[in-house]
Write a protein that binds this ligand. Structure first.
Ligand SMILES: N[C@@H](CCC(=O)N[C@@H](CS)C(=O)NCC(=O)O)C(=O)O
Length: 200
């Protein structure tokens, strides 16, 4: 299988964390891609019409996307048990993915949009989504984060690491001491060390 990949994408990192934690790294060849809405990668778009990473091209010619589908398929393949929490677990993953969406949107606004067209209120609105989601996790999901490794943990770790990487002033730790402490601990996992942006 081939994974369309960039080490700076939080959605790709979530998939990489699943591969590490379920011992499936050897099953996937990484295909490095640089793609944006304004400069899409042609090979990627031929496989995923949305032109987004991650996309997983199977050996039978079918390409899977998006990250939620890929993670669930990989977990199923390995019998990893990462989704043992049922619907609640999927809501936590969706919450983390929402943090990624907001963070990536902020990055595009800051890095791709011409400076004279950048919109501070829109950036602030995205930041509020990140803070709101972190507050919800602090209030409701700490027991899930504290249990054995699961997709909610991997998704939250990828999301928070991305916010720190691209938007270090977002301020998500304020008012969320349990989440901040959990993240310090989780960041030292070998899978997190091996998937830092810029790592292979
Ligand atoms: N919902 C998708 C989001 C993926 C996504 O937004 N990927 C970004 C990179 S972090 C991308 O490929 N952007 C290129 C584009 O939007 O054209 C997923 O979970 O995989």
């Amino acid at each position: 299988m081939k994974l369309f990949y960039s080490s700076s994408s939080p959605f790709v990192r979530k998939v990489m964390l699943v591969l590490h934690e379920t011992d499936q790294l050897g099953a996937v060849e990484l295909v490095q891609v640089a793609t944006t809405v304004t400069s899409p990668d042609a090979a990627l778009t031929a496989s995923n019409p949305l032109g987004k990473i991650p996309a997983l091209a199977r050996d039978d010619g079918v390409t899977l996307y998006d990250s939620r589908v890929i993670c669930a398929v990989l977990d199923d393949r390995a019998g990893g048990g990462l989704y043992a929490g049922g619907w609640d677990m999927k809501v936590l993953e969706a919450t983390a993915d929402g943090i990624m969406d907001a963070g990536v949107s902020m990055s595009y606004e800051k890095r791709l949009r011409p400076q004279e067209k950048q919109w501070d209120d829109w950036l602030e609105g995205q930041r509020r989504k990140i803070l709101g989601a972190c507050a919800a996790v602090e209030a409701r999901w700490m027991p899930v984060l504290s249990g054995s490794v699961n997709i909610g943990q991997l998704a939250m770790a990828a999301a928070l690491a991305y916010v720190d990487f691209r938007h270090p002033d977002a301020g998500w730790r304020e008012g969320n001491p349990q989440l901040a402490a959990w993240f310090v601990d989780f960041e030292s996992r070998p899978s997190m060390e091996a998937t830092r942006p810029g790592a292979a």
